[in-house]
Design a protein around this ligand. Structure first.
Ligand SMILES: [Zn+2]
Length: 317
């Protein structure tokens, strides 16, 4: 990992160009590239095993007839439009693990170029070039919002998409809704030479990560960090410091990465929330990160937890 770079998804190289969202035909602008998503899986092309989002320069047959689209912004001098083809029955491949924590299946459309596949973004995290991170995260996050929000929160009426997909208006009462994100605080809890790591129920075997939780109404980032660590592990922390943040579109989070200093070592696990919580030394973390110890796996590459852990091992936080 390049420890000077931001976390994956956080390199802000997608220019959103919000002023163009008002245009009636932004999808027909010159210089448009089209990105396709199917059941939450973006279309990627693979070169030497490395994925990059496949941007199509012409509107192809199966997006020709679609009316709804999302204008994502300008990326590498092209205006990028996202199309959802989830209704397509022509996409092939196994669908059993769609929506699961880790869907490794590469689905494909017979009319698209040979080495293009619909892939689960989370599954590709360790392979994705950070240059494409923010484009993919924005596309995935917007898809998730459109999928989950179809009815008015005020009256239950049907919503219609406006402003190139960035607003939904109720057809009955005119109430407007906008894409929302959920702030989540994620903490690297330190005590001397150790950090506190936990694992949730249902995670891949032996995988551990930083403790995290949603910020509640009325809370500051610091208060949420202190409360979540206390609730999940019984450990009191102080001196919460902000480090960095990461959009996390699974489905709608903004991860706020912090450090905190533990006031005690005694762990009392909330078994409803977590399966296990442990203290791990810097040497143990180093060995796990470098594949020298397979009894414990650190959070995956690309996740902010991994970023915080690697920075800590390097002595940077
Ligand atoms: Zn309404």
């Amino acid at each position: 990992m390049d420890l000077d770079s931001p976390p994956l998804f956080s390199l802000m190289n997608l220019e959103r160009k919000a002023n163009l969202r008002n245009l009636k035909n932004v999808k027909n602008l010159k210089n448009c590239s089209h990105l396709i998503i199917w059941r939450g899986k973006l279309l990627f092309q693979f070169n030497d095993g490395k994925p990059f989002p496949y941007l199509i320069k012409q509107r192809i047959r199966f997006i020709q007839s679609l009316k709804k689209y999302i204008f994502l912004g300008e990326f590498e001098n092209r205006n990028v439009v996202l199309w959802d083809i989830s209704d397509s029955r022509e996409v092939l491949g196994n669908t059993e693990q769609i929506g699961s924590f880790n869907d490794p299946e590469r689905n494909f459309h017979p009319d698209l170029p040979k080495n293009t596949y619909f892939c689960d973004l989370r599954n590709l995290l360790p392979l994705l070039n950070p240059k494409y991170g923010n484009l993919c995260a924005t596309a995935k996050g917007m898809y998730e919002w459109h999928k989950r929000v179809s009815f008015c929160q005020s009256c239950g009426g049907k919503l219609s998409s406006k402003k190139a997909g960035w607003e939904k208006t109720c057809e009955k009462c005119n109430y407007k809704q906008f894409p929302r994100i959920d702030p989540v605080v994620i903490m690297l809890v330190k005590k001397g030479n150790d950090i506190l790591l936990g694992r949730s129920h249902g995670w891949p075997a032996k995988m551990y990560s930083c403790l995290a939780g949603f910020i509640e109404p009325g809370e500051t980032i610091e208060a949420a960090a202190e409360r979540e660590v206390m609730e999940e592990s019984g450990v009191r922390i102080k001196n919460v410091q902000y480090v960095t943040s990461q959009p996390w579109p699974f489905p709608a989070s903004l991860m706020i990465g912090c450090t905190g200093e533990a006031q005690s070592r005694t762990i009392k696990i909330d078994k409803d929330e977590l399966e296990d919580v442990i203290w791990v030394s810097k040497e143990e973390v180093f060995r796990a990160l470098n594949g020298l110890d397979t009894s414990i796996f650190m959070a995956r590459k690309g996740a902010i937890a991994r970023y915080l852990i690697e920075k800590w091992v390097a002595g940077l936080i």
